[in-house]
Design a binder for this molecule. Sequence first.
Ligand code: PLP
Length: 400
Amino acid sequence: MPSINENFLKLEKNYLFINIAKKVNAYKEANPDADIIRMGIGDVTLPIAECVVEAMKKGADEMGVKETFRGYEDSGAGYDFLREAVSGYYKSFGVDVAADEIRINDGAKSDCGNIVDIFGDDNVVLITDPAYPVYVDTNLMNGRKVIYADSNEENGFAAMPDESVHADLIYLCSPNNPTGSAYTEQQLKTWIDYAVRNNAVIIYDAAYEAFITDEAVPRSIFAVEGSRQCAIEMCSLSKTAGFTGMRCGYTVIPKELTVTASDGTEVSVSQLWGRREGSKFNGVSYPVQCAAAAVFTREGQRQTRENIRYYQENAKIIASALDELGIKYTGGKNSPYIWLKCPENMGSWEFFDLLLEKANVVGTPGAGFGKNGEGWFRLTAFGDRERTKEAMERIKALKF
Ligand code: PLP
């Protein structure tokens, strides 16, 4: 009989969204006529831009013709046309990332989790709390020591490093899921300096960079000095271009980034990751890569930006309702997430139940993202405009 990886037994039994679904289903069963508005899961709802769909269809057609059919992609790192397009996209906001520093993947979740394969299990991993649960789970699965940097009301949910604490790997997410807060250049520089002092590597999740409106907020950690020596960046087309069901993202590892092996050799992180991917990943489908490349064309950007503006307008509607109610929140400005303080000192799940029962609105309890999330609650701006308005009217009617 095989033994199991016992670390899995230490994980939370149920994933946050499964718990939510259970509660909502039970409520629906007891109240079949309830008109429930879902503002919980961070999934997009608008269809993919027309020119992107066209590019995917064209790619699919090519697969059905002998002359243009493609089998395995040679490198598994993504076709050059897409890596060049991503590199050009970085350039459009003033960041220099070479095409051969970019690997195409099936979304940021896989790489956020898998990247730790190349790092030893003895590393100390620093994660801001609250956080996207993948960072914690993936490291607990390998038995790594996880320590936390508190994001809370006092620091505007922008955790900063504690100089007295050492870490080897640091997960940062900006704009942040769940809190919607986004680091300024100065704050990122502080993290970079901390990483350099600790010989640490920052794993930077930029999945929501397309929602940044504030000039002072970098779209990439590579916009900040010193980052190429200490950071890896993950990004995704999921929220940028509605690719949650398509699956495509990219990871950037600068050529300069090295770590020292136990025998003193300097090892390229990019080469190590390439070796891992070569063994465990065969790349993203050709039609999806064609679609992804279309996102970065002028027309693709125009069309996908329209969808982002739609979500940003939803975020404003949510934010102004909370302003009217005098409820504190972060996010909404550079992010599709609004992170609000539960009124009347309610706990996260208590507020979840109340919203579900009294307003038939579903959000996400902050406690599901870590201890600092207790008493906080996440609403997403990814919904339908009219339903978002309706949800906020219902919440306002509760008169907190
Ligand atoms: N990173 C963050 C912070 C997220 O919120 C998500 C998805 O919600 C992801 C990564 C994963 O996105 P995907 O795997 O769809 O690219």
